[in-house]
Design a binder for this molecule. Sequence first.
Ligand SMILES: *Cc1c(COP(=O)(O)O)cnc(C)c1O
Length: 377
Amino acid sequence: MAWSGDPESIYSSLGVKRIITASGSTTAYGGSKTRPEIHDAMNKASQMMVSLDDLNRAASRIIADATGAEAGFVASGAAGGLVLQAAAVIAGSDPAVMDRLPDTTGMKNEIIIHKSHRFPYDQCYTSVGAKFVEIGDGRRCQPWQLEAAFTENTAAVAYLFSPFITRRAIPFPEVCEIAHSHGVPVIVDAASMLPPRSNLRRFTTEGADMVIYSGGKAVRGPQGTGILCGREDLIDAAFANAAPHQFIGRGMKVAKEEIVGLLRAIELFVDEDEEAETARYRGMAQQVVDALAEIEGLRVTLEHDEFNYLIPHAVMRFTREWRGPGRNEVYEAMKVGDPPIYLHDIFDPDELAVDPLNLDDEELEIVIRRLSEALLG
Ligand SMILES: *Cc1c(COP(=O)(O)O)cnc(C)c1O
């Protein structure tokens, strides 16, 4: 085994080959390249013993500072944070109740959710014993439909912020206002909404009671961490249900050095100049646009907005004039080549994109060369 040396020699001695991830932060394709600076702090922090209570109190302060929420907690990824959100709103901090999860018989166990906000990660909520009460028809939803969904068993209203979801949900501040008038908390999944850094405070400011962000996506902290923030009583309840305590969250523990690594990553992320970061991603996406601009039937554009492309992307549109291999064929050809390249297969069936988040200059060059080959044959 080659445990030192370059990354390629470590993985090749394990028989694992390199891939190129142009799909953004995708757990299955390696997550994200962590910020190099966090590893020094993690190494050192791993060599001294501390109480997790003390460390979690410190983490709470730092996350509260970064988000403007009352308190915070380091979860095991955004998905682990969703489990803790549900546990907190359903069971609170009462050990006799927490101990019964995921059996929620006789508890307030209903989570109201827009039908359009149902998503693959929502099993994290039901795994705790939550029952969904869906509102709207998947396309649109009116405030009266939310009003009508509250019962004596309502534990929370869940709200999803994510690229490529319908923007026809009831506006978030209005959801918070209605939920709060019923004395019900609003829990938010904003896993992939960073950057922009302004989103660290936005949802809390607009009324969220708990928000989860991934620590392992563009924040580039330890891949298995999540940033949970919110109301102090709810964060206390999330912590009570989480490791090291032997309740429903015990299977999703976060090590002391991972907590330190995330806190360091948050500091680096907050301090980073967003304009310079955006300019770097923009420059990379523009190289793809320039390289493919002349290809007939393909429309390549640089996209960057607050809804779908939070990081600048190069988006390739296969127009009606396109005569080359189909969009899916190109996607597959990139995937089976050497090295395998994973493009961002956004939901539009006529589009593919390059997300520069996990690319260095050399990888970008390979992506461009291989894309030209796949498109032009
Ligand atoms: C990525 C993502 C998650 C999971 O985040 P992890 O940090 O990988 O656990 C949850 N919800 C949404 C909407 C996501 O985009």
